[in-house]
Design a protein around this ligand. Structure first.
Ligand SMILES: [Zn+2]
Length: 256
């Protein structure tokens, strides 16, 4: 069985020092492809360097972009820099970008700023024909609106999805795959289980969001088969079938 971890922060300090060991452990359990997103201009370089790693460590696809948490500190110059760094990495995606409306104390101008930074990056991704990785917390309607308004049509992944099946269907309808991952490791996360049950085989991919998401330990891509096993139980199928359909979906995304 082969797997792809479609969202892992391998350039994060918690993983980077041990990276050869972490990738060897992943390969042993069949996880051989990795999508590695950046979060802010300061980490583009360290993420970009991963795309130059020798291929025996697995296949790494990078994404360069500005995470919504960093929207406040972003200047016009940063978008110019993003266009420039993307031009140097023609296979890079744009990510992770998106909207995070989880914090109810956010002011309307703060949300508006997130939407501006997100929309600007969607427009860059559309112009440069790049797929995107989207972070979405409590913001599906605004994400859909921004995608429509910018005319973005290159597809990508809405990662660590936590919304309802209805919300997932909206995003699938806009050309995105749904990133299913470490939330499944929490038995109390009911909604994501119901959503996963309702998705079609062609709609989802697997991810860990390493090194994050686990309370007591550092998450790593080697946890993908465990996530696949839980996904199989929820969907009433076997882990081989989950591996097959999610690899096919990852192939479709990575195939260009
Ligand atoms: Zn992430």
């Amino acid at each position: 069985m082969n797997f792809t971890d479609t969202h892992c922060h391998l350039a994060d300090a918690a993983l980077r020092e041990n990276l050869p060991h972490i990738l060897t452990a992943a390969r042993k359990v069949g996880v051989k492809r990795f999508i590695v997103p950046a979060t802010c201009p300061q980490d583009w370089q360290s993420v970009a360097e991963l795309s130059e790693m020798p291929s025996e460590h697995g296949q790494i696809r990078i994404a360069l972009g500005i995470h919504p948490w960093f929207s406040d500190g972003i200047a016009e110059q940063d978008f110019t820099s993003l266009e420039a760094v993307l031009a140097r990495y023609p296979r890079a995606w744009v990510g992770e970008i998106g909207l995070d409306f989880y914090d109810k104390t956010q002011t309307p101008p703060q949300r508006e700023r997130q939407i501006q930074v997100f929309s600007h990056q969607l427009a860059i991704a559309q112009t440069q024909r790049r797929r995107v990785i989207i972070h979405n917390l409590k913001a599906t309607a605004d994400i859909a609106a921004a995608v429509k308004q910018t005319g973005f049509a290159q597809g990508g992944i809405v990662h660590a999805f936590s919304g309802s099946a209805e919300e997932a269907r909206v995003l699938v309808g806009l050309g995105f795959k749904i990133g299913i991952g470490s939330l499944l490791l929490n038995p109390n996360a009911r909604k994501v289980r119901d959503t996963l049950k309702a998705l079609n085989d062609g709609d989802f991919v697997l991810e860990t969001d390493s090194p994050f998401m686990l309370k007591k330990e550092i998450n790593t891509p080697a946890n993908i088969p465990g996530i696949a096993k839980i996904a199989a139980e929820i969907r009433g199928t076997c882990v081989e079938e989950i591996a097959k359909v999610t690899e096919r979906n990852a192939d479709a995304l990575l195939g260009r």
